[in-house]
Design a protein around this ligand. Structure first.
Ligand code: AHR
Length: 513
């Protein structure tokens, strides 16, 4: 009990009378920065069935496909308006040699994916195939180069192959391989997790290598991708400190990785399903640490880069559970429940609040791996609760963020930790409408939320809500609709606009004045 009280005091939470309603006040008169649509970016790595089977089946497959990419999955991703895809890794990127993935597919070398499961990698998906996918999705591209086991020459030649519009041998080779026009590389990452699988480096050493490699990455002036320095993770802010001083010239952003583990312990992360309420609560607490991670790194960027040239790209995030029993541990397959949708929405709200620096994020990963949007089993496909959360938040892509204050919050208490009960975010959409996103972290209790927009009367709200009865409710191939959003609308009464936020829910509504 003492620990609870201390936790509550530390969070600045005062005793709230039981009858008080949570208030969400939106300052529509003070527009903040635009929420870059790339905050809703995705990550597809050569890992498990994330690409092969999940997305790519090959042109000869009986599974309906376009240029080898399965139509059902691509169709669902198009509806999600995926703004950007990062490829080919991850840890895989620092083992990937791009020449293995061009030319006739039956002549490409078969390698071993030593990082993920030790399986054969036949390089059927390479540069041309990746851009086919991105172009089908209408998504921007984030290509991650190999700094760990490659050379500056190999990296420079890949960029030339993709972007050159000259008659150089590499550009001609690209044309011979079927692509007359250069590919559009929007972002280019120089290495990945240099502190770990990318080479076990110190930030100072990586900063030297980054500058060395970046020197040789030449493109036509109008085709220069935004360059990304691979940064730190979790509590480690040294990478942002060093890179923002030593590797900032010509750099667009510094990346950062943070995964949500229910227990916070890598050796026993916690299960994707069948968990108890204490683990629901600890998952909320762990994921909300994203806010302090961002604040700590942004404080360093504000000191070293006051002109805000550098973005802070959370290019890997999401839940990471113990691998599903009976599956290849190297494939990182896990189930995806209503808890994942709540985690996703909490993170979206955090990203919106830091939209001036957080200009891109990539959830790990798009299909079948970690916190996926889509799960497949051969020809079958299902949409996860995380997919639905992404879809509900589409109005926030390129919307203008608005300041939001949550008062009278009823903290959610379970086990020894306390987390805020309601998380909120608001923005003016590109369609001119005012959108509000609300999340209830409490898995047992619904809560009433009063919405206020000073200076503006609210008559009604309408949108969607995503919730479920069980904490681990999820979609299966037998019941694909178990967890799906339902319409929600409410009208103001007596000058008050109150919405009922169900337990463990995500709601996105448009406000009607
Ligand atoms: O997303 C899975 C892996 O997690 C990525 O390959 C790596 O960058 C991170 O450690």
């Amino acid at each position: 009990m003492k620990a609870l009280k201390l936790g509550a005091i530390a969070l600045g939470i005062l005793a709230i009378p039981a009858y008080a309603q949570v208030n969400v006040t939106i300052d529509a008169a003070k527009p903040g920065p635009v929420i870059n649509k790339n905050v809703y970016g995705q990550f597809a790595e050569h890992l498990g069935t994330g690409i092969y089977e999940g997305l790519w089946v090959g042109p000869q497959s009986k599974i309906p496909n376009t240029k080898g990419w399965r139509n059902d999955v691509v169709g669902a991703l198009k509806e999600l308006k995926v703004p950007l895809v990062r490829w080919p890794g991850g840890c895989f990127a620092d083992e990937y040699h791009w020449r293995d993935g061009i030319g006739p597919r039956n002549k490409r070398p078969v390698k071993v994916n030593t990082h993920w499961g030790g399986v054969a990698e036949d390089n059927a998906v390479g540069t041309h195939e990746f851009f086919d996918l991105a172009e089908m999705l209408g998504a921007q591209t984030y290509v991650n180069g190999n700094l760990g086991s490659g050379t500056p020459q190999e990296m420079a030649e890949w960029l030339e192959y993709m972007t050159s519009d000259t008659k150089s041998t590499l550009a001609e080779q690209r044309r011979k391989n079927g692509r007359a026009q250069p590919f559009k590389v929007d972002y280019f990452g120089i290495g990945n997790e240099a502190w770990g699988c990318g080479g076990n480096m110190k930030p100072e050493y990586y900063a030297h290598l980054y500058n060395h490699y970046a020197t040789f990455l030449k493109t036509p002036p109008n085709a220069r991708p935004k360059m990304i320095a691979s940064g730190g993770n979790d509590n480690d802010t040294r990478w942002t400190e060093v890179l923002s001083k030593e590797a900032a010239r010509g750099t667009d952003g510094i990346s950062f990785h943070y995964y949500t583990l229910p227990t916070g312990v890598w050796e026993k992360k916690g299960a994707a399903t069948g968990f108890d309420e204490a683990e629901w609560n600890s998952t909320m607490a762990q994921t909300l640490r994203m806010e302090s991670h961002i604040k700590n790194n942004v404080a360093i960027l504000d000191k070293n880069d006051p002109e805000k040239k550098l973005g802070f790209y959370v290019d890997e995030w999401g839940t990471w559970y113990d691998v599903e029993p009976g599956t290849n541990p190297g494939f990182l397959f896990q189930r995806n429940t209503i808890r994942d949708a709540v985690v996703a929405a909490l993170n979206f709200n955090i990203f919106h609040a830091h939209a001036d620096r957080v200009r891109m994020t990539n959830i790990a990963q798009m299909v079948n791996v970690l916190q996926a949007m889509i799960i497949t089993d051969k020809e079958k496909m299902l949409l996860t609760p995380t997919y639905h959360a992404y879809k509900m938040y589409i109005p926030f892509q390129d919307a203008t963020s608005l300041p939001v204050a949550v008062t009278n919050d009823k903290p959610y208490v379970s086990g020894s930790s306390v987390v805020p009960g309601v998380s909120a975010s608001a923005a003016r959409g590109k369609d001119g409408k005012l959108y509000v996103a609300l999340v209830n972290t409490n898995p047992r209790q619904a809560t009433d939320v009063v919405l206020n927009v000073p200076g503006q009367a609210i008559n009604a709200v309408s949108g969607q809500v995503l919730t479920a009865d069980a904490m681990d409710a999820h979609n299966t191939f037998e019941n694909k609709q178990a967890v799906k959003p339902t319409p929600y609308s409410a009208r103001a009464s007596g000058g008050r606009m109150s919405v009922n936020l169900p337990a463990k829910s995500v709601m996105v509504v448009a406000v009607e004045g």
